[in-house]
Design a binder for this molecule. Structure first.
Ligand code: PLP
Length: 386
């Protein structure tokens, strides 16, 4: 079996599995980390150690790290913090890129209904946000921008945005910058302080920690507002008793990721070889976002006129699990909005499948995926000889 949907969710990593077995076999401590007794204190200490570890690896300070349930929650909290007071001081503009995850898009649409204007900078055909257009929007709306939301790495194409440059532009025009770093953390070098965004997020299940865990990073936590009233947990900024064991797994998974980050270079080289082999074998195929800098472990590829879903099913019959990333309407595959923003035609867009691995995947998996794709394309295109 080859699992090639790490951008969807990564398997629980070995270190997390071992940590959990040991943790559960040692009969605790289990307690409410906010309890004042000894057991509560012990749990709190372990969780705060995990917070410090996460902070160190993510390049943040411990007080800038808020444990939560994952990126969707972190994204909602950033939007809530910056926009829920309604339009104040004429700050009624949201600048949100066209390639954001639906967790961002839906937050933007919600606040659009509350009176904010939703502006979208252009996307270039290579998948990068057009920085000149972004600057134009920032300039035209000086002192009116309540949020800029441009992701660090795209979940479909793997294209990495120049997020530091974007952060500098936002600073220049006094606009708060949120970078959705869900796909970058664990799949490329990331440092919150160096990335210069005001806010960033991650999801535990994308890096092999327990699902239902995550982190919101805030440069200035005093700008945050809680989404959940609760009992004052996480400095009053995220109510509810913390998922302390889950939060511990975040530190374990991030440490594992840090220890294995160098393996991404092998994945990157093998991925490039895989893509070159595919292009040689099938000259019609298109690697989406190929001309931009991409995550080491992501390939978004299309054979025009062959539906991605068909390829995905064919691969699944060979025990290779990939995804299409495009929505389906009345059984008709639809080009994803990310690809539409990149001006990709429907013939290509409907054919896209995403192959995404992680730092600890076996690079040789690409050879099996290549073979599987040859079989799938051969069957689906009825091409006689490859
Ligand atoms: C770029 C990006 N942002 C946000 C999310 C939402 O993450 P979660 O579903 O873990 O809350 C995802 C998940 O696929 C993602 O890829």
């Amino acid at each position: 079996m080859i699992y090639a949907d790490y951008n969807g969710s990564a398997p629980i990593c070995e270190d997390v599995k071992n940590y959990l077995i040991k943790r559960l076999n040692s009969n605790g401590p289990y307690s409410n980390p906010n309890a004042i007794h000894f057991m509560g204190g012990k749990v709190l200490m372990t969780m705060e150690k995990a917070r410090s570890e996460c902070a160190r690896i993510l390049g943040a300070m411990a007080h800038q790290i808020f444990f939560n349930s994952g990126s969707s929650e972190g994204i909602s909290q950033v939007f809530h913090s910056l926009l829920s007071d309604g339009v104040t001081k004429g700050k009624d503009i949201m600048i949100i890129s066209a390639i954001e995850h639906s967790a961002v898009v839906n937050a933007g649409l919600y606040f659009e209904k509350k009176g904010y204007k939703y502006l979208i900078p252009k996307t270039l055909e290579n998948g990068l946000v057009d920085i000149d257009d972004l600057e134009k929007l920032l300039k035209q709306n000086l002192e009116k921008v309540a949020i800029v939301s441009i992701m660090a790495a795209n979940n479909e194409t793997g294209v990495i945005q120049p997020y530091k440059e974007i952060a500098l532009l936002c600073q220049k025009y006094h606009a708060p910058y949120f970078s959705d770093t869900t796909q970058l953390v664990g799949k490329g070098p990331f440092n919150f302080q160096e990335c210069m965004a005001d806010y960033a997020v991650m999801s535990g299940h994308k890096i092999g920690a327990l699902t239902g865990t995550g982190i919101l990073m805030a440069k200035d936590p005093s700008t945050l507002k809680s989404l959940i009233f609760g009992g004052g947990q996480e400095k009053g900024l995220r109510g509810g008793t913390q998922n302390y064991i889950g939060n511990e797994t975040l530190a374990v998974a991030l440490t594992h990721m840090q220890n294995n980050i160098s393996k991404l270079e092998d994945i990157r080289l093998k991925r490039l070889e895989f893509e070159a082999k595919l292009k040689k074998e099938f000259p019609a195929i298109v690697i989406l976002g190929e001309k931009a800098s991409r995550l080491a472990s992501t390939t978004f590829v299309s054979y025009p006129k062959i539906h991605g879903q068909g390829v995905q099913i064919e691969l699944e019959s060979q025990n290779i699990f990939v995804t299409t990333s495009s929505a389906c309407s009345d059984n008709e595959p639809v080009t994803s909005k990310v690809l539409k923003a990149m001006n990709v035609s429907d013939d290509i867009g409907r054919g896209a499948i995403r192959i995404s691995l992680g730092p600890c995947s076996n690079p040789e998996s690409y050879d099996n995926i290549f073979q599987g794709m040859c079989n799938a394309y051969k069957k689906l295109s009825k091409i006689k000889s490859f």
